[in-house]
Design a protein around this ligand. Sequence first.
Ligand code: GLN
Length: 275
Amino acid sequence: MNLAPLTVRAALAQSGLVPVDAQVLLAHALRVNRAWLIAHAADPLDGVGAAAFMALAQRRRDGEPVAYLTGTREFWGLALAVTPAVLIPRPETETLVELALARLPADRPIAVLDLGTGSGALALAISHERPQARVLATDSSPDALAVAEGNARRLGLANVEFLRSDWYAMVPVGPYDAIVSNPPYVSAGDPHLIDGDLRFEPAAALSPGGDGLGALRIIVGGARERIFPGGTLAVEHGHDQSEAVQALFAAAGFEAIAVARDLAGIPRVVAGRAP
Ligand code: GLN
């Protein structure tokens, strides 16, 4: 039997994936960009490219996140390498970057601490936008730190350092001009943990267990003594945790407490100023 080779268009249509996932994975398999796919929709696929795409499409149909299949995700305009050792950076975390940058002076050297950096998303976005800042990024996972360090190197960002630490345990006293964190905050019984892309992400990066606020309590509770007067603490939290996190900030003595919403309009970030 002599089968005609699959065209680009047919491969995308037959993949069983939503169009954007199909395009990203086929572009990855062929080592081209998505514009190339559109311009070459009628081209036949070579056997190697077709086989690579079919294998990726099967893994995606079985639930693996696209970012783990391609090994990359864009955050704040920066191409970050990601592996299953790190949480996949999310657009809502850019809300935290925006809020932190609005409070971080651009005209003088500052010290910034990112707790639980994962892929390095927050630390690298801030070090990219604030060349005069010295950013210290921590994680308890050596595998995550290796991913983050690789990202800093590839992006040529030399003003960020990495440290293995369980929250504040190994962190130099400071003080810091700002502390930022996107910690694990999903509560233990949340059904999202066993659904969709989250099943493939590191459990320790998603949930601290219990009511989901354990890591935020540690971070907010230890921040005050480590931040200069007038400095900033900004954290991401879950969709229903804004009131609780604002209360933690108030209890720790933070002032000018502000809430930022993500692109879906959900309160997602709390920031405060150290007195
Ligand atoms: N925003 C993620 C989610 O709910 C969780 C990230 C986190 O715990 N920091 O999918």
